[in-house]
Design a protein around this ligand. Structure first.
Ligand code: TEU
Length: 527
C-alpha cells in the first residue's frame, strides 16, 4: 500500500481563535495567544491546527464574514503574526490549516460595497445573487428560501435614487451575501487566495459550506416544511447542487501544485453517495460527514455511524474523518448528558475519546473538548451569535460552545487573558477544568487524551486501515483495527460488563469489580 499522507491519520485541533488564548489583553483570543500555547498542543500530541477564520472581517459571524480574504484581521493580529505562527508551528512539526469561506463574503467586502453602489444588471451586481422581488411592486422576496440563521434568505436594498430596489441572497446572516459562482471572477479570486496562503506556508484549508456555493439558476421555491437546522436534506435546492463539483475540481487542480497540502470540506449532506462524490480523487482530500456529532450515546447507533462513515469514503477510496463537536454544535459533554446528568455526560465523552482515537483515519478535536468542557448556558444579555437575534430569540445560538478556555488558576479569566472582561464570561466552576490542573491529574480528561494520542501513535497495534467488529453484549460494542490487535470496547449500558481476557492498555474510567463500568470504554490487547 502507498505510504499515508500526513493528513490521512493526523490528529487535528480546531482553534476557535476568539476563545483559545488572548495574547494582547483585549479579552479576545488571537494569533499571539495561539503561538504561546504551541508547547501545550505539542504535549497533547497534536499534528495539525485548523484555525477558524482569522481573515479581515467585521465579525458579524465572528470571522465567517470575510471582507479581505488575503489579510489578517487586526483583532487577531497581522500577517506578520501569522507568518510567525507558521514558523513556530512548523519548527515543532505541526501543520497549520486555515478556514476558507467561499460561499459568501462580508457585506463590507469591497465587491459588495461596489455592488450596492451600482445599478441593477451591472457587472458589479453580477458577483452576487441580486434579483427583482415578486409581487406587484417587487415587495416580496424572489423565492421562499429561509436563511440557515432564521428569517428569509433575502434582503432588499435601497437603490441610488432612494427607492426600494432589488433583493440579494444570503443563506446565512444578511451581512454574509452569497457569491455568484457562475461569475468567473469569483473563482479567479479564490485561486488568488489559495495561492496567497499556500505560498506563505499554510498546509491546507478547511472549506466552509463546501456543499454550498452553486445555486440552481432558476432559484426554485423549496419545501420549507423539510428545513432543519443541522441537516441539509437531499433535495434542498440551497445546497449540494451538481455544479459544485466542478468548483472542487478546480480547487484541487491548484492544490495539486502543492503536493503536501490538503483540503477538508464542511459537508452537511445526507446520503453516503452524495457525500462520497465530494471525495473523488480529483475533489476534496477530506470531508466532515458529522455522523458522530448527530449520534446519541447508544452502541447500535454509534456502530452504524462508524460503519456508514467508512462505507461512504470506501466508495471512492477516501479517508474517514471523525469529529465529536465543533464551534457550531453543542459540546459533547452536554449532548451526552441528556437524561443522565452532567457527570455521566463527561464519562460518556471520555469513553468516546477512546472510540474516536481507535478508529483509522483523521480526527478533529475541538478546542476545549480535551478539557471535558460542557456547553455554557449564558445569560441573554451576553449572547452574540447572529442566530439568537435572527431567530427572534427562539434559538440561543452557538455561543455556549464558544466560551474562552480556562488555562490556569482559581478564578476567571483563568489565564485566558490578562483582562478580566473576556468576550464571553467564563464560569467560575471551571476552576476544576483548567489545563494546568488537569495536566497534574492522571485521571483527568486531558491526561486521557494525551495518553490515548501517544499510544495511538506509538503502538503498532493501532495499524491497519479497516475496522473489524467483534460480537459484544447488548448495549456494547467492540472493534479492532484490521492489522493491529488493539481492541476498543465501549459500554453504553448502565451496568458493568466483563472483558475478554487480555492486557488492558487504557480505560476511560476505573474498572468496577474488574469489569468495564457503565459509560466507559477501554483499549486492550486480547490474549
Ligand atoms: O456552517 C455552515 C452550516 O451549515 C452551519 O451553519 C450549521 O448548520 C449551523 O451552524 C448549525 O447551527 C459554517 C460555519 O461552520 C459556521 O460557523 C458559519 O456560521 C457558517 O458556515 C456561515 O459561514
Amino acid at each position: 500500500a502507498a505510504p499515508l499522507k500526513w493528513w490521512q491519520d493526523a490528529i487535528f485541533y480546531q482553534i476557535y481563535p476568539r476563545s483559545f488564548a488572548d495574547g494582547n489583553g483585549d479579552g479576545v483570543g488571537d494569533l499571539r495567544g495561539v503561538a504561546e500555547k504551541l508547547g501545550y498542543l505539542e504535549l497533547l500530541g497534536i499534528d495539525a491546527l485548523w484555525l477558524s477564520p482569522v481573515m479581515r472581517s467585521p465579525m458579524a459571524d465572528h470571522g465567517y464574514d470575510v471582507s479581505d480574504p488575503r489579510d489578517i484581521d487586526p483583532l487577531f493580529g497581522s500577517l506578520a503574526a501569522m507568518d510567525a505562527l507558521l514558523v513556530a508551528a512548523h519548527e515543532r512539526g505541526m501543520k497549520v490549516t486555515m478556514d476558507l469561506v467561499p460561499n459568501h463574503t462580508s457585506d463590507q467586502h469591497p465587491w459588495f460595497v461596489e455592488a450596492l453602489n451600482s445599478a441593477p444588471g451591472s457587472p458589479e451586481r453580477a458577483r452576487y445573487i441580486f434579483r427583482d422581488g415578486r409581487g406587484d411592486h417587487g415587495e416580496l422576496p424572489p423565492n421562499n428560501w429561509p436563511s440557515v440563521f432564521g428569517g428569509p434568505a433575502w434582503h432588499r436594498v435601497t437603490e441610488a435614487d432612494g427607492s426600494p430596489g432589488q433583493w440579494y441572497l444570503h443563506l446565512f446572516a444578511p451581512e454574509q451575501p452569497d457569491l455568484n459562482w457562475e461569475n468567473p471572477e469569483v473563482f479567479e479570486d479564490l485561486e488568488k487566495t489559495l495561492r496567497f496562503w499556500l505560498d506563505r506556508g499554510v498546509d491546507g484549508f478547511r472549506i466552509d459550506v463546501a456543499h454550498g456555493m452553486v445555486k440552481p439558476s432558476d432559484l426554485p421555491d423549496m419545501d420549507v416544511s423539510e428545513v432543519q437546522l443541522l441537516v441539509n436534506r437531499d433535495g434542498d435546492p440551497r445546497f449540494n447542487n451538481p455544479g459544485v463539483h466542478a468548483i472542487h475540481r478546480r480547487i484541487r487542480t491548484v492544490m495539486d501544485e502543492y503536493p503536501e497540502a490538503m483540503t477538508v470540506g464542511e459537508l452537511w449532506v445526507e446520503s453516503n453517495d452524495a457525500f462520497a462524490e465530494y471525495l473523488r480523487p480529483d475533489e476534496l482530500h477530506l470531508g466532515f460527514n458529522f455522523r458522530l456529532v448527530k449520534t446519541a450515546f447508544d452502541a447500535v447507533e454509534i456502530r452504524e455511524a462508524i460503519e456508514e462513515s467508512i462505507n461512504a469514503v470506501d466508495l471512492v477510496g477516501g479517508t474517514p474523518t471523525w469529529t465529536l463537536s465543533n464551534h457550531d454544535v453543542e459540546r459533547e459533554v452536554t449532548r451526552y448528558a441528556d437524561g443522565v446528568g452532567p457527570g455521566a455526560g463527561l464519562e460518556r465523552a471520555k469513553a468516546m475519546i477512546l472510540v474516536e482515537l481507535a478508529l483509522p483515519g483523521t480526527s478533529f478535536v475541538y478546542n476545549g473538548a480535551e478539557l471535558g468542557l460542557p456547553n455554557v448556558d449564558l445569560p441573554d444579555e451576553v449572547l452574540q451569535d447572529p442566530t439568537w437575534e435572527r431567530s427572534g430569540h427562539t434559538e440561543r445560538g452557538r455561543d455556549g460552545c464558544r466560551v474562552p478556555l480556562p488555562w490556569e488558576g482559581n478564578r476567571p479569566p483563568f489565564g485566558f487573558s490578562t483582562n478580566p472582561r473576556t468576550w464571553l464570561p467564563i464560569p467560575p466552576e471551571w476552576a476544576d477544568r483548567t489545563a494546568e490542573g488537569q495536566l497534574e491529574n492522571v485521571h483527568s480528561t486531558l491526561s486521557l487524551y494525551r495518553e490515548a494520542i501517544e499510544m495511538r501513535k506509538t503502538r503498532p497495534e493501532f495499524s491497519g486501515r479497516g475496522v473489524e467488529w467483534y460480537g459484544a453484549p447488548e448495549g456494547c460494542l467492540a472493534f479492532r483495527r484490521s492489522e493491529g490487535h488493539a481492541v476498543c470496547a465501549l459500554n453504553t449500558t448502565d451496568t458493568p460488563v466483563g472483558f475478554p481476557p487480555g492486557e488492558l492498555l487504557l480505560c476511560s474510567a476505573p474498572l468496577q469489580d474488574g469489569k468495564l463500568a457503565p459509560n466507559a470504554a477501554a483499549w486492550l490487547i486480547p490474549d
